[in-house]
Ligand binder design. Structure first.
Ligand code: AMP
Ligand code: ZN
Length: 143
């Protein structure tokens, strides 16, 4: 998917309507058409980026601050007791729209809107340390 046929870029350009919740220079947020719960909001950078790997440096704080404000608003006016910020990268992780976005999902005690993953175990501490070492080296190499 390119910028030209990206549905979220069309929303940002005003070619497709949305139910706007927040906007600043770098960020737009609007209600998800198919909410996990009423108030479920999508938060995205205005500049097209397919996944988190493509996010322009310097935009992260604006996105995080937008989520902070929206989470507070969901508690104030949408009956949320808590909220999840969920972000899917690539189809295998459930990403359907290839324009980076966060889901801010209002939660209430016992609502089962999102079910938790099953906690697993490493074979032993050595296996865990070896993987951490590989990740540490890869992170240090990346920009
Ligand atoms: P994801 O699976 O993380 O890519 O999430 C994509 C989300 O975008 C889904 O929850 C859809 O319901 C939502 N969505 C797709 N098109 C629109 C639209 N035009 N307006 C609002 N939400 C949309
Ligand atoms: Zn886009």
């Amino acid at each position: 998917m390119t910028v030209d046929n990206c549905i979220f870029c069309k929303i940002i350009k005003g070619e497709i309507p949305c139910a706007k919740v927040y906007e600043d220079q770098d960020v737009l947020a609007f209600l998800d058409l198919n909410p996990a719960a009423p108030g479920h909001t999508l938060v995205l950078p205005k500049k097209h980026a397919a996944t988190l790997l493509d996010l322009e440096p310097g935009t992260g704080d604006s996105l995080l601050q937008a989520m902070r404000k929206i989470g507070g608003a969901l508690r104030d006016v949408a009956g949320a007791e808590g909220f999840n910020c969920v972000q899917n990268n690539f189809a295998s992780a459930g990403q359907e729209v290839m324009h980076l976005h966060w889901h801010v999902i209002p939660r209430r005690e016992g609502d089962l809107v999102i079910t938790a993953w099953r906690p697993g175990k490493y074979a032993d501490m050595a296996q865990m340390a070896q993987l951490a070492g590989q990740l540490l080296a890869a992170v240090e190499k990346s920009g």
